[in-house]
Design a protein around this ligand. Structure first.
Ligand code: T5A
Length: 211
């Protein structure tokens, strides 16, 4: 088995978790061992960082502190979970990774995106083989998650303009890395988005695909 590291990126409520769940079932149908994980998170330490960094009641922290927290969680995640699974030949499906860091802490928070990119790769020198960027207008994503009971987190609370900068950042990244990042119009019905992702993965994994 050839390892494959696949990441899913997008704004709030763009449908990443829904697509990952579908792709996980699709891989199971094809008998392919895989891991589903997320960032921030994926390890007990990473989940603690997640609780802190997304806690709407958390003290105001600087953009650099926030960046370093995401990177610290990523380092643990890659060393303890992602790299060992890739070494075993697994497909790893990860909800958010380096592109979120550049989009949110770089474009969103106003840290130099090129420096955020370089620092991220210095701390964790690993890039996904394939990234799906699920694009939806900000208001569509927020509307989709508005019914949730647990309330909105610290990043979701940011102004509309912050989320617009993040979206622009994702577009910029997609233009810079066209062979890695596939932009999916995620305003379409779930089955259309899923079919696009399956087609790209089938090609990469050498699986038959009937469109
Ligand atoms: N972050 C993360 C950083 O700032 N820097 C970093 O380095 C990293 C790694 C993570 C936060 O951390 C930040 C970014 C984030 O703000 P999170 O809880 O993971 O927070 O938040 P999200 O990633 O936004 O997760 P969500 O669960 O809110 O959104 P999803 O997973 O994109 O959306 P999903 O699949 O739960 O779908 C939402 C709803 O839409 C429906 C689903 O059924 C669901 O009800 N839906 C669709 N409806 C219509 N059409 C479709 N095509 C649909 N697809 C899904």
């Amino acid at each position: 088995m050839k390892p494959l590291f696949v990441t899913f990126e997008g704004g709030e409520g763009s449908g990443k978790s829904t697509l990952i769940k579908h792709i996980s079932s699709w891989l199971t149908e094809h008998g392919l061992p895989h891991l589903v994980t997320r960032e921030p998170g994926g390890t007990p330490f990473g989940e603690k960082v997640r609780d802190t960094v997304l806690d709407a009641g958390c003290d105001k922290i600087s953009a650099k502190t926030e960046l370093l927290l995401f990177l610290a969680a990523r380092l643990e995640h890659v060393e303890k979970v992602i790299a060992p699974h890739l070494e075993q030949g697994c497909v790893v499906l990860c909800d958010r990774f380096i592109d979120s860091t550049v989009a949110y802490q770089g474009y969103g928070r106003g840290e130099d995106p090129a420096r955020v990119w370089a620092l991220s790769l210095e701390v964790v020198p690993l890039l996904p083989h394939i990234t799906f960027y699920l694009d939806v207008p900000i208001e569509v994503g927020f509307k989709r998650v508005a019914h949730r009971h647990q309330g909105i987190d610290r990043l979701e609370r940011e102004a509309f303009s912050f989320h617009e900068r993040v979206r622009e950042g994702f577009f910029h990244l997609a233009r810079s890395c066209p062979s890695r990042i596939s932009v999916l119009d995620a305003t379409r019905a779930k089955d259309s988005v899923q079919a696009d992702a399956e087609k790209i993965l089938a090609k990469k994994l050498g699986l038959p695909y009937a469109s």
